[in-house]
Design a protein around this ligand. Structure first.
Ligand SMILES: Nc1ncnc2c1ncn2[C@@H]1O[C@H](COP(=O)(O)OP(=O)(O)OP(=O)(O)O)[C@@H](O)[C@H]1O
Ligand SMILES: [Mg+2]
Length: 262
């Protein structure tokens, strides 16, 4: 199914002063992130730093208690995941959100199942499309009729990424896309993200893998204890600085600053 593609000028996605609590737990306060078009923006931080919560706000799963989200410079409210999709945002979640009892082709089509007539799904088209996307991305996972539950963790991760790429939307969010992958597959995901950047898309990628981040990202936002403490151009920083910012050994910037995109 063709999906209307909003034309998003730089910067693609911004968060300003975002806060979010779950009951008494303050998960986020004053989070600022700016992701530009045609760039890979990494979000790093320790466990529980608020990275996934931030991403879930970006894709409409959670609503922020404070602050603003902007797309292409315009303030938006993203009511739910389907609204995010219509605004041009696709997402690969940390828990992948695949349906184990369905096969690869069906999982890749979820949300946009091809139909014949009003009620019958077009099984052949679904399989051909899934096989083409996987082939274009040079992903080898055997038959598209294989049930997701039979795949390895790494294969599932690749299928989840392929599903998001298939949507062909201007903004793509990924939460730990290489967590289950070996060295070669991780490099392959780096190439896929590089290709998306080449196409002018904004890619926002949470990762613990510093090699991956330094090899592939253009800029990095560090989160610590629910705050965005610093944003750096990847080429202008070092692992030591980023790790220092993650642990708190290095002081972050003052609240609400975002030097890269000032
Ligand atoms: N639905 C929820 N209800 C209550 N607390 C939550 C919920 N989601 C997240 N939290 C809390 O918010 C904080 C941030 O969690 P989040 O999942 O965003 O961290 P993270 O940076 O993604 O961590 P990790 O690297 O382990 O994935 C944690 O203290 C977590 O327990
Ligand atoms: Mg997380």
């Amino acid at each position: 199914m063709a999906i209307a593609q909003p034309d998003i000028p730089a910067p693609a996605l911004e968060m300003r002063g975002v806060g979010k609590s779950f009951g008494n737990v303050k998960a986020l306060s004053n989070v600022d992130i700016t992701a530009g078009v045609a760039e890979i923006h990494a979000i790093v931080g320790d466990n529980g730093a608020g990275k996934s919560t931030t991403l879930k706000i970006m894709c409409g799963i959670f609503r922020p208690d404070q602050g603003q989200l902007r797309l292409g410079g315009k303030s938006v409210e993203i009511r739910d995941a389907s609204a995010a999709h219509h605004l041009g945002i696709s997402v690969v979640h940390q828990d992948l959100a695949l349906v184990e009892c369905l096969d690869i082709a069906t999982n890749m089509a979820l949300g946009a199942i091809p139909r014949r007539g009003r009620f019958r799904l077009d099984r052949r088209r679904m399989e051909t499309e899934a096989a083409k996307v996987l082939d274009d991305l040079k992903i080898r996972v055997g038959s598209v009729r294989t049930q997701i539950g039979l795949l390895s963790g790494g294969e599932r991760q690749i299928v989840a990424i392929a599903r998001a790429v298939r949507m062909d939307l201007p903004i793509m969010l990924l939460d730990e896309p290489t967590a289950a992958l070996g060295v070669r597959e991780t490099a392959h995901v780096g190439e896929i993200l590089g290709e998306l950047r080449q196409q002018g898309k904004a890619v926002i990628c949470i990762s613990h893998d510093m090699d991956f981040v330094f090899r592939n990202s253009d800029s990095i936002t560090v989160m610590r204890l629910g705050r965005s403490v610093a944003t750096r151009r990847t080429k202008d920083t070092s692992r030591d600085e980023i790790i220092g910012l993650i642990t708190g050994a290095i002081q972050g910037d003052t609240a609400s600053s975002d030097p890269t995109f000032a």
